[in-house]
Design a protein around this ligand. Structure first.
Ligand code: MN
Length: 334
């Protein structure tokens, strides 16, 4: 018999108490997501930041540089109040890290883990090694916003449409709109609470997932057309590549490379899908997805990155062939 790990309120009790005390004392609280924040990181920062502000805290919301947001996220309520990392104090009363799997994912803001009087780490990555003073790390949570919703409940903050929009964005994004295996009965319970605030979930999903410039179709056709199937590698590997420079040729910002893997991963013959995204500095940002048989967080961690069982990533400095060779070696078992 195994004991299930503490869940929900039990896990967030101590963090909620620390945050409630800080808010009551009108303390300065800095909240950050991971570098290149996604909907879960940003939704978590904005929702918890707004909740703490309502409880009396002096709140600064930020994320590590580069300080730019994709158009798919810049509309989230409160995003206009985000400040660059250079604008936050080095020694706030409290630093809250949200959806960052490791200190490295906090970039220059990792210094606040030590600089702040206390730190709170809220995350759901299986690869999280455990860092920060107060830890709310639950790999069973489908999204960090689920833990934030528990914290807001613990703080006595009533969910309204503004908060629910931020939470729903993270929940829908990290569960693949409730299609991924991380979706549980209580995931739908939370979604029901959020919809009950009157949010326009269809508009949120359209902005997050179903909006791209026309040029994306041209980029997709090129990138999909050069995909390679290596059915003999592990449980099957399908991979392709692009770059920020190639996105620019199609009139697109680099952020438009992120959705490519969602098309590639539908390949039936390959359990693992991989997209190599060439960055401006010549490195490769690598996205890995599993259809279920392969733990890609293990692959990503072995190569210096992290993530979840079904979705993970890492950054690699070598050329394209050496990058894919390293992935093949991991999928073949070392
Ligand atoms: Mn997440």
């Amino acid at each position: 018999m195994t004991l299930s790990p503490p869940r929900g309120a039990q896990l967030t009790d101590r963090a909620a108490a620390v945050l409630a005390e800080a808010a009551a004392a009108r303390s300065t609280v800095v909240l950050s997501g991971h570098v290149q924040p996604d909907a879960d990181a940003l939704g978590s920062v904005l929702a918890l930041g707004e909740g703490l502000r309502r409880r009396g805290a002096r709140v600064l919301t930020t994320f590590p540089g580069p300080f730019t947001l994709p158009a798919s996220l810049a509309w989230l309520p409160g995003a206009e109040g985000l400040v660059p990392s250079a604008a936050v104090p080095a020694s706030p009363d409290v630093f809250v890290s949200l959806d960052a799997a490791s200190p490295g994912r906090l970039g220059e803001l990792a210094a606040l883990l030590d600089g702040a009087a206390t730190s709170v780490v809220v995350d759901h990555h299986a690869s999280n090694p455990g860092f920060g003073r107060v830890r709310v790390v639950d790999p069973a949570a489908p999204a960090t916003v689920v833990l934030v919703a528990d914290l807001l409940d613990g703080l006595g903050v009533t969910l309204d449409a503004r908060l629910a929009t931020c939470l729903y964005a993270g929940l829908a994004a990290d569960t693949g709109s409730f299609r991924f295996g991380n979706t549980r009965p209580d995931t739908h319970d939370l979604a029901g609470r959020l919809l009950a605030t009157g949010i326009d979930h269809a508009a949120i999903s359209q902005r997050l997932f179903d909006t791209a410039p026309f040029g994306w179709l041209g980029l997709l056709s090129v990138v999909a057309g050069r995909a390679v199937l290596e059915a003999e590698v592990g449980a099957g590997l399908v991979w392709t590549w692009s770059s920020t420079a190639e996105a620019a040729e199609h009139g697109l910002p680099g952020e438009q490379l992120e959705a490519l893997v969602d098309v590639v991963r539908s390949t039936q013959e390959a359990d693992v899908a991989c997209v190599l995204k060439g960055q401006d500095d010549g490195s490769w940002a690598v996205s890995l997805r599993s259809r279920g048989a392969t733990d890609v967080s293990r692959v990503a961690m072995a190569l210096g990155g992290g993530g979840h069982r079904a979705a993970a990533g890492f950054t690699w400095a070598g050329d394209r062939e050496s990058t894919i060779r390293a992935i093949r070696a991991q999928l073949r078992g070392g």
